[in-house]
Design a protein around this ligand. Structure first.
Ligand code: SF4
Length: 204
């Protein structure tokens, strides 16, 4: 089965998922969308109000801001795949709970397995903690790390940046700083492993 069909099947399975209680209060599942052959996958936290209404990821203000950042980097939504840690909106926009993230990981892993990206951009603390649980986003944002066969690139969440101009500046700088790598994701496989941080290999 090709990537596109695998992702379509996963989208259907996510729609029918009852692995945690989040589906009960959500209007729609938001599996994710984008290029099934993308070399870069962006992972946010959870669908927001507009995403829940439309069943699509990053379609509100934060999504528009992300589109601008991608544009500045020479990318578009057609180049990437974008999804969230949990696929149904938590009630009242609360943070997803650890048990909900744990229940939903199976879908994220299947999506990543189907796409096989070179780079995973984590947006915000929840997706960062999935890959680097001991790290704080304030300390390592913008610093890509090799993890297995992929490079994980931690970034602030665009929604957080919209609420805080300092974070917005940091987020924009991180896109600029990593522009070359984001434009050439195949080069992620050639990363030198000479520097290490807590067992992760750093680009710098
Ligand atoms: S949030 Fe994830 S695990 Fe929970 S019901 Fe939705 S798809 Fe299933």
């Amino acid at each position: 089965m090709d990537n596109k069909k695998q992702l379509q099947l996963l989208t259907q399975q996510i729609k029918d998922c009852t692995r945690c209680d989040l589906y009960r209060s959500a209007s729609h599942s938001v599996a994710g969308e984008g290029n099934p052959n993308a070399k870069i996958v962006f992972i946010g936290e959870a669908p927001g109000r507009r995403e829940d209404l439309l069943g699509r990821p990053f379609v509100g203000h934060a999504g528009k801001y992300l589109d601008l950042l991608l544009e500045k980097t020479g990318l578009s939504r057609q180049d990437i795949f974008i999804t969230n840690m949990v696929k149904h909106r938590p009630p009242e926009n609360r943070d997803p709970l650890p048990n909900e993230i744990a229940a939903c990981n199976v879908w994220l892993e299947k999506q990543l397995s189907a796409i096989s990206p070179k780079i995973i951009v984590t947006l915000g603390k929840w997706s960062l903690s999935y890959y680097l649980p001991t790290k704080k986003i304030s300390e390592i944002h913008g610093q890509p790390f090799k993890q297995g066969n992929v490079v994980v690139m931690p970034m602030y969440h665009p929604a957080a940046a919209l609420r805080n101009s300092n974070l917005a500046r940091e987020l924009e700088n991180d896109f600029v700083k990593n522009k070359e790598l984001l434009q050439n994701p195949d080069t992620a496989t050639q990363i030198s492993s000479s520097l290490e941080r807590d067992g992760q290999e750093s680009l710098f």
